[in-house]
Design a protein around this ligand. Structure first.
Ligand code: SAH
Length: 414
């Protein structure tokens, strides 16, 4: 087998079971491995450290499959890893066996959740989301690209899904030297606009054009939480995408919900989602919640609201990743501070700010500092009453803390 020999004393992170081998740590590559094939990773003295997928174009030159010298990387290996990932989901999600989706109407929390979360499930580069009976698979690394057909077969075998749709079009593929690929991979799929259940609400998911694999599954429990906090409140949902937080807030009895996003497509689906759940647009028709959908940039939109003297009782800020890595943290911090400062100003006294960061480059402590300095600049007192994070279908490997990317604070304005 081809192998990678590390430079002297560069084995520390692997001994701690962190799954990445950076190009700078590598002293020598033996055997001319092809992209995605398996290599042994050895310390400078030749000691076995790990078995990994080789990625010649990436700064992360190899990603570990196994730390066990006796474990062979073959179909059975992936069958075991997928099976372990599914077993972790059975703790939280009632039915895994397809086509019996046990979400929504049958009383489960949902029929849409992440089955495989890449490094955190010890399959670096593989993301698999389940939407009812359909799987959406996203391949992000050369290693998983090499095993693509095997992974698709195993996922069908393990779940009985009616179709697998591939959404391998994330930007990070470029770093791995991979072209984007989107389309049906297995089974039959009459439509790429699916309807899922989430805490008894229905959501349309466009798996062909939607963000990520179609829906922000990681925010499921936090949307439900906002629903519980919304009764009688005027709600502003910034970066609303297809209205997840908005629909939950409306169902929870919000007086009004204003939803802001730059994506006209997402807003259109948001309106369909409102209709799908019987949430009326017009107060005069007897609905309890008035909904307003606004195609706007949040940075300018919040300033406009300030100039118009508008105010709210509950504001949600769920921006996209401003800092994918620590290198962009400073610029990202300015962005987070700006929107949080404006939101604190727009909140009525006693109002609630639910603010998130999904930036890997900003950890929970830094995010809290940013929100604190936003409150300071806004001249307000505030209390953190709850901290939020990603759902249990987005686990964090104990050896891969980078997997904990979603941070949320529920603050009450003093
Ligand atoms: N809260 C949503 C997910 C938000 S994802 C949910 O629960 O489903 C982030 C959203 O921000 C995307 O829909 C994207 O279109 C939008 N967006 C990105 N930059 C923006 C900007 N500057 N102003 C407004 N919306 C923006």
């Amino acid at each position: 087998m081809a192998s990678i020999i590390l430079k002297l004393e560069r084995e520390k992170s692997l001994l701690r079971r962190h799954p990445w081998v950076f190009s700078g740590a590598i002293g020598q590559v033996n055997g001319n491995p092809a992209s995605g094939t398996t290599v042994d990773v050895r310390a400078a003295d030749g000691a076995f450290l790990a078995r990994a997928a080789y990625s010649p174009s990436s700064q992360i030159r190899a990603r570990v499959w196994s730390f066990d010298p006796d474990e062979v990387i073959d179909v059975d290996f992936f069958r075991r890893r997928i099976s372990a990932a599914l077993a972790r989901r059975t703790i939280f999600f009632s039915s895994l066996h397809f086509p019996q989706a046990n979400g929504g109407s049958e009383g489960g929390v949902t029929d849409a959740f992440r089955l495989v979360h890449a490094e955190s499930d010890r399959i670096p580069g593989l993301v698999v989301d389940r939407y009812g009976d359909v799987l959406v698979m996203q391949i992000l690394t050369a290693g998983c690209e090499f095993w693509r057909e095997t992974l698709a077969d195993l996922l069908l075998e393990a779940t009985g899904a009616t179709a697998i749709y591939e959404r391998s079009d994330a930007d990070v593929r470029e770093l791995e030297g991979l072209q984007p690929r989107v389309g049906l991979l297995r089974g039959v799929l009459p439509t790429t606009r699916l309807t899922i259940n989430e805490y008894g609400l229905k959501f349309l998911v466009d798996i062909e054009h939607g963000h990520k694999t179609g829906f922000y599954l990681d925010q499921r429990a936090n949307r439900n939480r906002v629903g519980q906090l919304a009764a009688g409140r005027d709600v502003l949902n910034c970066f609303c995408y297809t209205g997840g937080f908005s629909i939950h807030a409306a169902r929870g009895g919000a007086k009004s919900v204003v939803s802001v996003d730059t994506s006209a497509d997402a807003l259109a689906i948001g309106q369909e989602n409102a209709a799908l759940n019987g949430i009326q647009v017009d107060v005069s028709t007897g609905s309890t919640t008035s909904l307003e959908w606004l195609e706007a940039d949040v940075f300018t939109g919040l300033r406009k609201f300030r100039d118009q003297n508008r105010s709210w009782d509950l504001i949600v800020l769920d921006p996209p990743k401003f800092a994918p890595t620590a290198a962009q943290a400073e610029k990202a911090a300015r962005g987070y501070k700006d929107i949080n400062r404006l939101a604190f100003k727009l909140l009525r006294p006693g109002g609630i700010l639910v603010t998130f960061s999904c930036s890997g480059g900003i950890d929970a402590a830094l995010f809290q500092k940013i929100v604190a300095s936003a409150a300071l600049d806004a001249g307000v007192e505030a209390q953190i009453v709850e901290t939020l994070t990603q759902g249990p279908d987005h686990p964090v490997s104990i050896h891969f803390p980078e997997g904990a990317y979603l941070k949320g604070l529920v603050c009450v304005k003093g």
